[in-house]
Design a protein. Sequence first.
Length: 219
Amino acid sequence: MNIPKLIIFDMDGLIFDSERLFMQFLSQIMLDYGYHLTREQYCQTLGLSMNDVRTTMKEFFGEDYPCDEISAMARRRMNEYAFHHPLPVKPGIEALLRHLQLQGIACCVASSSPRETVSLYLETARLSSYFSFIIGGDDLLHSKPDPEIFLTCCRHFQTAPADAVVLEDSENGIKAALAGNIPVICIPDMKRPGEELLSRTLCTLDTADQAAEILICHS
């Protein structure tokens, strides 16, 4: 492959170590309601649309589980925290962003989280200047694994899917990139995707800074 013209970043679990932090807030609120959330249960919701999260959580905790109410409370607490404390950035992200900026390669964020949330997290972490376009889950008709979110990014930059690269941590994110015929690199977070799916990616890395070396080697 040639040097990509566009790098599309997922956010939660890819740019920020936010999944663990959100699990803490969610677990605390759920305990107040009398529910106990395990790490295994939480990991099964990662990368899902809100509709699928709702279905999964009701399977775990019953039809009476107030998923929307509890999730909204957890998100508010997370956002309140992020407003005052920059979220922890995943290893290698800033080094990769500096490299891409020096190379003049466009970068954007494509997240299932609301766009306002994405902007808040990037601003408080002082990463906004690296990204010239942001798209959130509330901007879309279809959630990952539908490729709409990534193809929208390609159209915005007038870039062919084959000339872009997606950075993802979740199974649904990888499936969305593959469905859009966009090369994808996986940097796993709390839940490692299955090996069959990983075999269809460009590569699987431990940290984001390794992606710079991979992209150079493939250019």
